[in-house]
Design a protein around this ligand. Structure first.
Ligand code: AMP
Length: 506
């Protein structure tokens, strides 16, 4: 039985564990590599490539290769390969299998703390948990990535309080979190953009290189899918080099023409300036959310995610915040922090930096109610949020009292919604319905306007429980966990079979 931390990333995934001395270290995958690309290629019936091999197959088999699947977690997206139906959960399970393969090949049962972005909602967390189960892992806990990073940076378990901003720019997602660390870590506020990451910087560089190639040769290979896919891999390497070097020359060959395209760091920074600015917009929004909660200063910035190695990031944050910026092992910070947490939970005696992982709610939750104030007809409906984004977890009992509408009403429909956008909005269209039920057995002759007490509870594991009670008769309804769009048992068995029937190669 091994306790590990797993950073299930958008572009790369990493596993770490803690040694006997309490130090976290990355555990290599079956190929001996420290990172596993989060890419799956369904190369042929019954056979899938995962990780490096899948990434390499992408230019050759673009229609059979799946990347950036983390962006689809919690959605109903279905993928079909060779008559098998796949889901974001089953594709993620294949990645998890590859990441843990070095341990499972030895017949070990893997117990894991798996990290999720702080802004993941209930559906996305449930989907991640599901992926772990499909991969045969025992989940110790799902931990927010910034919390894991703060554990790695040694900013938890200290006597003095410090306000820390975790800036995490990965391959495909960006998020920023303000936390107060000290003896305990407390997340104050979080913000992010699921559609922004290192891959966007790669695409900009591809566009730049294609443009220069056209200038130099008069040829535009932009429509050649395989060429562009290959160039995208090159661009990622060039981008990484430009984090240390100031200039690079890229040899390009297409349609019998060749060109050596020079790109320097300044040009790269110029063509991606708006992407940095988009992250700063999130940071500004985050700072204002933190200020609303009384946290008005930032003592320290922690950089996380491989893309935060780009010098333009620290430069922009230094200018905006004027406080120390730490960059230490950004690719592995989350996995190592998760490993420390896993060791603690598994009782492996890691005490130095281990603290309870504080979390906040990533989205608002509320009840669909009739808008009797602004619309006396009672026909208009709105979502009244009961749990709010950035409320500390667990929420043990947020109450709301609603009223019956009709005389003699015998039942009340309870419809629970989750905030869908970045801000809380009462319009039902700005929310997603996640749970519903009906409180029945109300006493006959109950007059209109009789109170119904609603209680919302949300556990650290993301399980949402809503109870509705009619106080006179004590009629009660409790609904929980049966969130729409999440796999049921039959799906799990079916997907488990599909995955089990595939030969997985790295
Ligand atoms: P992650 O999701 O945290 O694994 O982030 C991986 C992303 O970081 C990918 O987009 C990589 O291209 C990027 N990355 C890794 N190393 C560097 C580097 N030295 N400079 C710039 N980007 C990097």
């Amino acid at each position: 039985m091994t306790a590990v931390g797993i950073d299930l990333g958008t572009t790369y995934s990493v596993m770490a564990s803690v040694d006997a001395a309490g130090r976290p270290a990355v555990v290599a995958n079956g190929l001996g590599r420290l990172t596993t690309p989060s890419v799956v290629c369904f190369e042929a019936p019954g056979s899938v490539l995962v990780g490096e091999a899948a990434k390499n197959a992408m230019p050759v088999l673009p229609d059979r290769t799946v990347a950036l699947i983390k962006r689809d977690m919690g959605t109903d997206r279905l993928l079909y390969f060779d008559d098998d139906e796949h889901t974001p959960e089953s594709v993620s399970a294949l990645i998890l299998k590859a990441v843990t393969s070095a341990l499972t090949a030895r017949g070990e049962v893997v117990r894991a703390v798996v990290t999720v972005p702080a802004y993941f909602g209930v559906r996305e967390r449930e989907a991640t948990q599901e992926a772990c189960l499909l991969a045969g892992l025992e989940v110790l806990e799902l931990v927010s990535e910034p919390v894991a990073a703060a554990i790695h940076y040694g900013l938890t378990g200290l006597d003095a309080d410090r306000t820390v901003l975790v800036y995490d720019l990965g391959g495909g997602t960006f998020d920023a979190t303000v936390m107060v660390t000290g003896r305990y870590a407390r997340v104050v506020a979080t913000d992010g953009d699921t559609e922004l990451g290192g891959a966007d910087w790669d695409r900009r560089l591809v566009g730049f290189l294609l443009g220069r190639f056209l200038d130099l040769t008069g040829l535009d290979p932009g429509d050649d899918e395989a060429f562009v896919a290959e160039l995208t891999l090159t661009a990622e390497d060039v981008k990484k080099d430009l984090s240390t070097a100031t200039t690079r020359v890229v040899p390009m060959r297409h349609g019998g023409a060749t060109a050596s395209v020079r790109v320097n760091r300044e040009e790269f920074e110029e063509i991606t300036r708006d992407l940095v600015e988009r992250t700063l917009d999130c940071v500004r929004r985050l700072l204002s959310a933190a200020a609303d909660k009384g946290v008005t200063r930032v003592d320290q910035v922690l950089l996380v995610g491989g893309s935060s190695r780009m010098p333009m990031i620290a430069a922009a944050l230094g200018e905006l915040l004027g406080c120390p910026i730490a960059l230490h092992d950004p690719d592995f910070a989350v996995a190592k922090g998760a490993a420390l947490r896993a060791a603690e939970l598994a009782g492996a005696g890691v005490g130095r930096r281990a603290v309870p992982s504080a979390s906040v709610v990533s989205r608002g939750f509320g009840l669909l109610v009739h808008d009797s104030h602004d619309d006396p007809s009672g026909l208009g409906k709105l979502v009244q949020h009961v749990i709010h984004r950035n409320d500390p977890l667990p929420v043990t009992g947020n109450d709301l009292t609603v009223a019956t509408i009709l005389d003699g009403q015998r039942s009340v429909k309870i419809e629970v919604y989750e905030q869908a956008g970045t801000t809380e909005s009462p319009a039902p269209g700005d929310n997603r319905r996640i749970l519903s039920g009906e409180l029945t057995g109300l006493p006959a002759k109950l007059p209109a306007g009789s109170p119904i007490d609603i209680r919302f509870e949300l556990g650290l594991d993301g399980r949402l429980a809503i109870s509705a009670t009619e106080p006179r008769s004590r009629a009660r309804l409790t609904i929980e966990a049966c969130i729409e769009g999440v796999l049921d048992n039959a799906d799990r068995l079916r997907l488990g079979k599909v995955i089990g029937g595939l030969a997985v190669r790295q």
